[in-house]
Design a protein around this ligand. Structure first.
Ligand SMILES: Cc1cc2nc3c(=O)[nH]c(=O)nc-3n(C[C@H](O)[C@H](O)[C@H](O)COP(=O)(O)O)c2cc1C
Length: 199
Protein backbone atom coordinates (compact mmCIF):
# COMPACT_ATOMS: atom_id res chain seq x y z
CA UNK A 1 0.00 0.00 0.00
CA UNK A 2 1.02 3.60 -0.59
CA UNK A 3 0.14 6.81 1.16
CA UNK A 4 -0.95 9.22 -1.54
CA UNK A 5 -1.12 12.99 -1.13
CA UNK A 6 -3.26 14.63 -3.83
CA UNK A 7 -2.66 18.37 -4.10
CA UNK A 8 -5.45 20.28 -5.86
CA UNK A 9 -4.96 23.83 -7.12
CA UNK A 10 -7.86 24.33 -9.53
CA UNK A 11 -10.99 26.04 -8.21
CA UNK A 12 -13.12 24.31 -10.87
CA UNK A 13 -14.11 21.22 -8.87
CA UNK A 14 -15.62 18.47 -11.02
CA UNK A 15 -15.11 20.52 -14.20
CA UNK A 16 -11.36 20.72 -13.65
CA UNK A 17 -9.16 18.73 -16.00
CA UNK A 18 -6.19 18.73 -13.62
CA UNK A 19 -8.41 17.31 -10.87
CA UNK A 20 -9.90 14.64 -13.17
CA UNK A 21 -6.43 13.71 -14.41
CA UNK A 22 -5.08 13.70 -10.85
CA UNK A 23 -7.96 11.46 -9.75
CA UNK A 24 -7.17 9.06 -12.60
CA UNK A 25 -3.52 8.93 -11.49
CA UNK A 26 -4.64 8.25 -7.91
CA UNK A 27 -6.89 5.41 -9.12
CA UNK A 28 -3.98 3.84 -11.02
CA UNK A 29 -1.75 4.02 -7.97
CA UNK A 30 -4.51 2.46 -5.84
CA UNK A 31 -4.98 -0.32 -8.40
CA UNK A 32 -1.25 -1.02 -8.43
CA UNK A 33 -0.97 -0.91 -4.63
CA UNK A 34 -4.16 -2.29 -3.03
CA UNK A 35 -4.95 -0.77 0.34
CA UNK A 36 -3.46 2.60 -0.59
CA UNK A 37 -4.87 5.60 1.24
CA UNK A 38 -5.40 9.08 -0.19
CA UNK A 39 -5.24 12.45 1.50
CA UNK A 40 -6.71 15.26 -0.59
CA UNK A 41 -5.36 18.73 -0.02
CA UNK A 42 -7.43 21.34 -1.80
CA UNK A 43 -5.35 24.52 -1.83
CA UNK A 44 -8.25 26.56 -3.21
CA UNK A 45 -10.40 25.76 -0.17
CA UNK A 46 -7.62 26.28 2.38
CA UNK A 47 -5.00 28.51 0.73
CA UNK A 48 -1.61 29.07 2.30
CA UNK A 49 -0.77 32.67 3.21
CA UNK A 50 1.92 34.56 1.35
CA UNK A 51 5.26 34.53 3.14
CA UNK A 52 5.43 37.49 5.48
CA UNK A 53 8.23 39.17 7.41
CA UNK A 54 7.58 37.02 10.50
CA UNK A 55 7.57 33.82 8.42
CA UNK A 56 10.89 34.65 6.77
CA UNK A 57 12.46 35.64 10.10
CA UNK A 58 11.38 32.29 11.57
CA UNK A 59 12.64 30.39 8.50
CA UNK A 60 16.13 31.70 9.18
CA UNK A 61 16.12 31.32 12.97
CA UNK A 62 17.82 28.12 14.20
CA UNK A 63 15.34 25.77 15.91
CA UNK A 64 17.00 26.16 19.32
CA UNK A 65 16.51 29.95 19.18
CA UNK A 66 12.92 30.00 17.96
CA UNK A 67 10.43 31.94 20.05
CA UNK A 68 6.76 30.92 20.43
CA UNK A 69 6.05 33.64 17.83
CA UNK A 70 8.53 32.03 15.41
CA UNK A 71 6.94 28.63 15.96
CA UNK A 72 3.49 30.08 15.25
CA UNK A 73 4.80 31.71 12.07
CA UNK A 74 6.20 28.33 10.96
CA UNK A 75 3.00 26.38 11.58
CA UNK A 76 1.78 26.37 7.97
CA UNK A 77 5.18 25.37 6.65
CA UNK A 78 5.65 22.68 9.30
CA UNK A 79 2.23 21.23 8.47
CA UNK A 80 2.85 21.20 4.71
CA UNK A 81 6.27 19.57 5.12
CA UNK A 82 4.87 16.97 7.56
CA UNK A 83 2.18 16.00 5.04
CA UNK A 84 4.83 15.45 2.38
CA UNK A 85 6.98 13.46 4.80
CA UNK A 86 4.04 11.14 5.51
CA UNK A 87 3.32 10.48 1.81
CA UNK A 88 4.92 7.93 -0.49
CA UNK A 89 3.29 9.27 -3.65
CA UNK A 90 2.46 12.93 -4.30
CA UNK A 91 0.03 13.84 -7.08
CA UNK A 92 0.10 17.55 -7.90
CA UNK A 93 -2.68 19.07 -9.96
CA UNK A 94 -1.26 21.96 -11.95
CA UNK A 95 -3.57 24.04 -14.12
CA UNK A 96 -1.63 26.29 -16.48
CA UNK A 97 -2.50 29.88 -15.71
CA UNK A 98 -0.84 32.62 -17.71
CA UNK A 99 2.10 30.33 -18.52
CA UNK A 100 2.58 29.64 -14.82
CA UNK A 101 0.89 27.91 -11.90
CA UNK A 102 -2.02 29.26 -9.82
CA UNK A 103 -0.78 31.39 -6.94
CA UNK A 104 -2.29 28.95 -4.40
CA UNK A 105 0.13 26.28 -5.66
CA UNK A 106 3.04 28.74 -5.60
CA UNK A 107 2.15 29.70 -2.01
CA UNK A 108 2.27 26.01 -1.00
CA UNK A 109 5.67 25.68 -2.69
CA UNK A 110 6.95 28.73 -0.81
CA UNK A 111 6.08 26.97 2.45
CA UNK A 112 7.73 23.64 1.60
CA UNK A 113 11.04 25.04 0.28
CA UNK A 114 12.96 25.71 3.50
CA UNK A 115 16.72 26.00 3.88
CA UNK A 116 18.03 23.54 6.43
CA UNK A 117 14.77 21.60 6.48
CA UNK A 118 13.94 20.53 2.93
CA UNK A 119 17.24 21.48 1.26
CA UNK A 120 20.70 22.44 2.39
CA UNK A 121 23.91 23.87 1.06
CA UNK A 122 27.12 22.20 2.19
CA UNK A 123 30.72 21.84 1.06
CA UNK A 124 29.52 18.87 -1.01
CA UNK A 125 27.01 21.06 -2.84
CA UNK A 126 23.24 21.40 -2.70
CA UNK A 127 21.27 18.55 -1.21
CA UNK A 128 17.51 18.05 -1.41
CA UNK A 129 16.28 16.58 1.86
CA UNK A 130 12.88 15.19 0.81
CA UNK A 131 13.85 11.71 -0.29
CA UNK A 132 12.10 8.58 -1.55
CA UNK A 133 8.97 10.21 -2.94
CA UNK A 134 7.27 9.49 -6.22
CA UNK A 135 5.77 12.63 -7.78
CA UNK A 136 3.16 12.72 -10.53
CA UNK A 137 2.08 16.09 -11.92
CA UNK A 138 -1.38 16.34 -13.49
CA UNK A 139 -1.04 19.34 -15.79
CA UNK A 140 -3.96 20.91 -17.61
CA UNK A 141 -3.64 23.57 -20.28
CA UNK A 142 -5.88 25.10 -22.89
CA UNK A 143 -3.02 25.10 -25.38
CA UNK A 144 -0.48 22.43 -26.31
CA UNK A 145 2.96 22.75 -24.75
CA UNK A 146 4.48 19.26 -24.92
CA UNK A 147 5.35 19.78 -28.59
CA UNK A 148 4.84 22.28 -31.39
CA UNK A 149 5.22 26.06 -31.53
CA UNK A 150 4.25 26.66 -27.88
CA UNK A 151 6.82 24.22 -26.48
CA UNK A 152 9.32 27.02 -25.66
CA UNK A 153 6.66 28.36 -23.27
CA UNK A 154 6.38 25.05 -21.36
CA UNK A 155 7.62 26.68 -18.15
CA UNK A 156 5.37 24.83 -15.71
CA UNK A 157 6.72 21.32 -16.21
CA UNK A 158 10.34 22.51 -16.18
CA UNK A 159 9.72 24.71 -13.14
CA UNK A 160 8.06 21.96 -11.13
CA UNK A 161 10.67 19.37 -12.15
CA UNK A 162 13.49 21.75 -11.22
CA UNK A 163 11.96 22.93 -7.95
CA UNK A 164 10.86 19.54 -6.67
CA UNK A 165 14.13 17.96 -7.80
CA UNK A 166 16.02 20.66 -5.88
CA UNK A 167 14.13 19.53 -2.78
CA UNK A 168 15.09 15.90 -3.44
CA UNK A 169 11.96 14.73 -5.25
CA UNK A 170 13.67 13.51 -8.39
CA UNK A 171 11.28 10.66 -9.26
CA UNK A 172 9.05 12.99 -11.26
CA UNK A 173 6.58 12.37 -14.09
CA UNK A 174 4.21 14.77 -15.84
CA UNK A 175 0.91 13.74 -17.44
CA UNK A 176 -1.09 16.28 -19.40
CA UNK A 177 -4.56 17.19 -20.49
CA UNK A 178 -3.61 19.75 -23.10
CA UNK A 179 -5.26 21.51 -26.01
CA UNK A 180 -8.67 21.56 -24.35
CA UNK A 181 -9.29 25.14 -25.52
CA UNK A 182 -9.34 24.15 -29.18
CA UNK A 183 -12.95 23.98 -30.45
CA UNK A 184 -14.50 20.57 -29.81
CA UNK A 185 -11.29 19.13 -28.38
CA UNK A 186 -11.91 19.19 -24.63
CA UNK A 187 -13.24 15.66 -24.16
CA UNK A 188 -10.65 14.15 -26.51
CA UNK A 189 -7.89 16.02 -24.66
CA UNK A 190 -9.14 14.64 -21.35
CA UNK A 191 -9.36 11.07 -22.63
CA UNK A 192 -5.91 11.30 -24.24
CA UNK A 193 -4.43 12.60 -20.98
CA UNK A 194 -6.02 9.82 -18.93
CA UNK A 195 -4.92 7.19 -21.47
CA UNK A 196 -1.33 8.46 -21.25
CA UNK A 197 -1.02 7.54 -17.57
CA UNK A 198 1.60 4.83 -17.15
CA UNK A 199 3.06 4.42 -13.69
C1 LIG B 1 -6.75 32.46 -15.23
C2 LIG B 1 -6.48 31.48 -16.37
C3 LIG B 1 -5.31 31.60 -17.11
C4 LIG B 1 -5.05 30.68 -18.13
N1 LIG B 1 -3.88 30.78 -18.82
C5 LIG B 1 -3.59 29.87 -19.77
C6 LIG B 1 -2.36 29.93 -20.47
O1 LIG B 1 -1.50 30.76 -20.25
N2 LIG B 1 -2.12 28.98 -21.42
C7 LIG B 1 -3.02 27.98 -21.68
O2 LIG B 1 -2.74 27.14 -22.53
N3 LIG B 1 -4.19 27.90 -21.03
C8 LIG B 1 -4.49 28.82 -20.08
N4 LIG B 1 -5.68 28.74 -19.41
C9 LIG B 1 -6.57 27.59 -19.66
C10 LIG B 1 -6.32 26.51 -18.61
O3 LIG B 1 -4.99 26.08 -18.63
C11 LIG B 1 -7.25 25.32 -18.85
O4 LIG B 1 -8.59 25.76 -18.73
C12 LIG B 1 -6.99 24.20 -17.87
O5 LIG B 1 -7.89 23.16 -18.13
C13 LIG B 1 -7.12 24.67 -16.43
O6 LIG B 1 -6.98 23.58 -15.55
P1 LIG B 1 -8.25 23.03 -14.73
O7 LIG B 1 -9.22 22.54 -15.77
O8 LIG B 1 -7.72 21.95 -13.88
O9 LIG B 1 -8.81 24.19 -13.93
C14 LIG B 1 -5.96 29.65 -18.41
C15 LIG B 1 -7.14 29.53 -17.65
C16 LIG B 1 -7.41 30.44 -16.64
C17 LIG B 1 -8.66 30.31 -15.82
Amino acid sequence: MKKILHIISSPKGGQSFSIQLGNAIVEKVKAAYPGSVVKIKNLTESPYPHLEEATLAAFYTPAENQTPEDKAALSHSDQAIAEIAEADVIVIGAPLWNFGIPSVLKAWIDHIARAGVTFKYSEAGIEGLIKDKVVYVAMASGGIYSSGPMQPLDFVSTYLKGLLGFLGMTDFTVFRVEGSAYPGQAEAALQKGIASIVL
